[in-house]
Design a protein around this ligand. Structure first.
Ligand SMILES: NC(=O)c1ccc[n+]([C@@H]2O[C@H](COP(=O)([O-])OP(=O)(O)OC[C@H]3O[C@@H](n4cnc5c(N)ncnc54)[C@H](OP(=O)(O)O)[C@@H]3O)[C@@H](O)[C@H]2O)c1
Length: 309
């Protein structure tokens, strides 16, 4: 019997890649995000499996309870709950409008906590289930101009460790934290910006499919924390062991690698409302090697497609 998988934040980036990856395994899907028309597109991408789409703004009171209710009404159960919904805002802390800062924290920390609460209550009643939250390497290190996002991810890291400790007497309920480094998704262009320069993922950049694979893998082999990113361990080591050196280098490196030269007027990005035109699996920061592999015929092409998926 296929599992019922709820994905919150399924219209873009990692969440959308995760929806496709679970669909390839034949799981039944409940897909949530704000953009109704993009939800319909993702549903079409997952047409081989049973899909329920539930337009949801995770910052609205009661929205996550309503999502769980819709999932159980349709499928009678929830086996896996994945939360990838998030927004970002660039700007110095003292220049970022307070309402933007607070909405990022509401989305990235409080709504992730809300998702966890709803999912865990359901799993406690059912006796089993897997909850997967997406943190970031920025839940272990810091970078300038991303204060609301960094504060949320540190908060989420603390919350997850605490809840994992509370769940030690419920071995059938699994809580996994996925911590990516830079990933090629639209989140950087969709971010609010009060810095004047468009953000971008600093290298090395992973494909969203790689993170999706780690998420799917956690449902077979649950782990407390999974890091996806070749430099994550190095960055954490430098931040922890050489804080003075880290603080000298992080500003120039952020301006060099984490910001493009493209100027941009101040705007709120997708912090308060979705931008369906900007939603996709990839952000366009990496060549789509999977697409290139499609042009290679025969078994070598098939091998390359598997490699890049
Ligand atoms: N990309 C990276 O480099 C990277 C690195 C480390 C960690 N992460 C983490 O990975 C996760 C996924 O990020 P991503 O890069 O895939 O981002 P993304 O492409 O921008 O996708 C974000 C998703 O969240 C949804 N969302 C945003 N606000 C929402 C709200 N109020 N209610 C419901 N849904 C909402 C968006 O849909 P709508 O706008 O349609 O609602 C979209 O489906 C996030 O937790 C992010 O922090 C990403």
């Amino acid at each position: 019997m296929s599992r019922v998988v709820v994905i919150v934040g399924a219209t873009s980036g990692i969440g959308r890649a995760t929806a496709r990856a679970f669909a390839e395994r034949g799981e039944r899907l409940v897909l949530a995000a704000r953009a109704t028309q993009t939800l319909a597109e993702v549903r079409a991408e997952c047409a081989d499996v049973d899909v329920l789409t539930v337009p949801t703004d995770v910052t609205e009171p009661g929205a996550l309870d309503a999502l769980a209710g819709a999932a159980t009404s349709r499928f009678g159960r929830i086996d896996v709950w994945v939360h990838t919904a998030a927004v970002m805002a660039y700007g110095r802390f003292d220049e970022l409008p307070e309402h933007v800062f607070e909405q990022v924290v509401r989305t990235d920390l409080l709504a992730a906590a809300g998702s966890a609460r709803v999912a865990l209550r359901h799993f406690q009643a059912a006796g089993a289930g897997t909850l997967i939250l997406t943190g970031s390497v920025l839940g272990h290190i810091t970078a300038p101009y991303m204060s609301a996002y960094v504060a949320s991810k540190w908060g989420l890291q603390g919350l997850v460790r605490t809840v994992q400790q509370e769940l030690r007497d419920s071995p059938q309920i699994r809580l996994c934290m996925i911590n990516p480094g830079s990933v090629d998704t639209p989140v950087y262009q969709q971010a609010a910006n009060y810095l004047g320069r468009v953000g971008r993922p600093p290298p090395p950049i992973a494909g969203p499919q790689r993170v999706a694979r780690a998420i799917v893998d956690c449902t077979d082999r649950p782990r407390r924390e999974v890091s996806v990113g070749r430099l994550n361990a190095v960055l954490r080591f430098g931040f922890t062991v050489l804080p003075g050196v880290y603080d000298v280098l992080v500003g120039p490196l952020m301006r060099l690698a984490g910001l493009s030269g493209r100027p941009v007027d101040a705007h709120d990005g997708t912090v308060f409302a979705p931008n369906p035109a900007g939603e996709a699996v990839r952000g366009g920061h990496l060549p789509d090697l999977r697409q290139l592999a499609r042009s290679v015929p025969g078994p070598p092409g098939a091998a390359l497609r598997r490699w890049f998926t």
